[in-house]
Each structure stands twice: as C-alpha cells, then as structure tokens.
Design a protein around this ligand. Structure first.
Ligand SMILES: [Mg+2]
Length: 261
C-alpha cells in the first residue's frame, strides 16, 4: 500500500468520481439505536457532516462527481447530503443494494426465498431480545439487508449459518452490529454499476473505506483506505485518532486541484 501523497498527476487527472464511505470515514462512528422487543418503538441517534466538510464538498463538486456508499439506508443518505444534492450526486445504500442515479432508484431482484431467510434470522434474534438479552439493541430499518445493532457476539453469525446452509449470505461485523445480506451484491458491484451508468471505468472512481463491507469497493475502484489494517487498498491516507480520513481526502484533493495537481 502506498501513501496517498505519492499519487501522481496522471492518476488524479483520470479520476471522475469520488466515493465516500460514511461511518468512520466522513462521520465519527457511534450510532445509538434502541428498539423495544415488539418493534413498536425505535430510537436512533446519528451524527451530521461537519460544516467545513460540506463547504469542501461544494467546492469539490466543481471538479468531480460525488458518490456516497454506505451500509445505511437510502433515506439517511439522502438527508445527510440534502444541502448539496443535485444530478451530479449519487447515493448507494445498504452495501450497494440501492443506487440513486439521476433520480432513479435501482436495486437487484431478490426472490421471496431470500426475504424468508432474512425474516427467519430476524425472528431468531428477536427471540433473544424478547428473553431480555441486553447485548442486542434492535434493528436498523432497511429494505434488502438485515442490520441488528448488538455487541460482537458469536450467536448472530451462528444463527445466520444455521438459517443459510447454502452459504448465500454474508454476515459482517460493522463495529456497532452486523450487516447480513446476499453475496450477490456488495459495495464493489455498486461501483461497477455506477461506472456502467456513467460510461467510465471503475478505476476512474476513487473509493474510500475503513471496514469489512468496503473491501470489494476498495478493490474495484481506485481505493484509498483509512484503516489499512482492516481494509486493504492501493493507497492509504494517514490520519490521527480524532481526524476523519474522508475529510482529509477532500482537503487533499482540493489542494491538488488548486495547484493544478
Ligand atoms: Mg465503512
């Protein structure tokens, strides 16, 4: 892996889109979620983009198109970037499953069996909650993947394995719970779809990430990891504990554009 500072003028000139991962990259991690056992009450608290980052995005938009790819749901992504939203902003939610391209929302077709499997897993986890298991806090509202918020516990990957002997599903630790979804889709395939939509190569899309669900997108695009130990990429960006790698990337790119690379 190379330090991003080593990226060449030619490489930067070829970039058409920058894709920001959200949690731990442009927003501090730590979403609070609590749902009651019968699912009739849901409390969720997340963070906002910093003012300075929003202003940097406005400037960055004059050079590049912007894409935001996250495990989170599409409504959250839309509200996060509402201030700068226009036809040059793309959103990819639920680990590549839902893409918002030019006013259209696209997603893969899933069979009823897939949703049945997710429902079975959800019911098993809800059963643990109903028995008072405080390690599980509830489910984040999503369409195509299942996201229980919990401590890192053996039981959840075990439940997934039992419900899915065919091995069609992934179950990835997210630092605040698990993302459970179909292996036919991931953030990397989302990047391929965006490249196809724009008629460019995936390598013309700079991608960022920090976690297990970012690995494919870092590989498919021109990857810049903010956590080299957990997710590998061609480049890494250095940051201190209290800094966000995605915010530093925006500043780095703006500086290079200002100096004409
Ligand atoms: Mg991430």
């Amino acid at each position: 892996m190379k330090n991003l500072r080593e990226i060449t003028k030619e490489e930067l000139e070829a970039i058409r889109v920058v894709t920001f991962d959200i949690d731990g990259v442009i927003i501090p991690t730590g979403t609070e979620l609590r749902e009651n056992a019968d699912g009739t009450e849901l409390y969720m608290k997340s963070k906002q983009l910093s003012r300075r980052f929003i202003e940097n995005l406005k400037e960055l938009k004059t050079h590049l198109k912007l894409n935001f790819s996250s495990g989170r749901n599409i409504l959250y992504l839309k509200s996060l970037v509402n201030e700068i939203f226009d036809e040059d902003i793309f959103l990819q939610a639920e680990n590549g499953n839902i893409s918002w391209f030019g006013g259209d929302i696209v997603h893969p077709d899933y069979s009823a069996d897939y949703f049945k499997k997710l429902k079975l897993i959800r019911e098993c986890i809800k059963g643990m909650m109903a028995q008072g298991d405080m390690r599980i806090r509830g489910f984040e509202p999503k369409m195509f993947i299942l996201t229980p918020h919990s401590d890192q516990i053996e039981e959840i990957p075990d439940i997934v394995q039992e419900a899915d002997p065919e091995g069609e599903l992934y179950c990835l630790w997210t630092n605040e719970g698990y993302d459970i979804g179909s292996k036919i889709m991931n953030k990397g395939k989302g990047i391929e779809r965006l490249a196809e939509y724009l008629g460019i190569s995936p390598k013309e899309i700079l991608t960022t990430g920090n976690n297990y669900n970012d690995r494919e997108m870092l590989r498919v695009g021109k990857g810049v990891t903010v956590d080299p130990e957990r997710a590998e990429a061609e480049y890494f960006i250095e940051h201190k504990q209290n800094e966000l790698g995605g915010e530093l990337l925006a500043e780095f790119l703006l500086e290079r554009y200002k100096k004409n690379f």
